[in-house]
Design a protein around this ligand. Sequence first.
Ligand code: NI
Length: 169
Amino acid sequence: MIYPIVKFGNPVLEKPAAKVAVFDGELKMLVEDMFESMYAARGVGLAAPQIGVPLRIAVVDVTFKEDPDAQIVLVNPEIIHKEGRHSQSEGCLSIPDFRENVSRAKIVTIRAQDLNGQFFETTGEDLLARAFQHETDHLNGKLYISHISALKRDLIKRKIRKLVKAGEW
Ligand code: NI
C-alpha cells in the first residue's frame, strides 16, 4: 500500500518517534509499504513519521531499485560513530521542491535492529552516510532545515506558508 507523504507543518514530523518493541508480521508489512511509498515518491530514504507512523523505523535505498541488496531497513537506529565532514545539496520528501546544502559527517556507523529484532551495525559513506543521518534525524523529530542557517530556514518557511495559503502544500 502506498501512503501519502506527510508534509512539513504536520506535528508528527517534529516529535521524537517511539521505539519499536514488537517484531511481527505487522512490522514487516509496514516496512514493505514504506519501501513502496518511498519509491512512489521517488525518494532514497523514508522514515515512518513521514507516513504518519510515529515509530523508530526508516528505510533506505540509495540506488533507487537498481541493486536489490541495497535495501536497508533500520529499526531503532542509533548513530554510533561519525567521521569527516561533507557538504552537499539535500532535500526531503516532506519538504518537496526545496533543496539546500547541508554539512554532515562523511562516514557514519549505525547500530540498528532488523525486522527480526536482531542488532546489526553498518557503515555508510557519502550519500549513504547522509541518508543515515537524515533518517535518524527524522526519528528524533528533526528536519534537515534545522542544519541550515536561520535566514535560509525562515525563507523556506515563509515560502511554505504562502503555498499553504494558496492551497498548494
Ligand atoms: Ni526527509
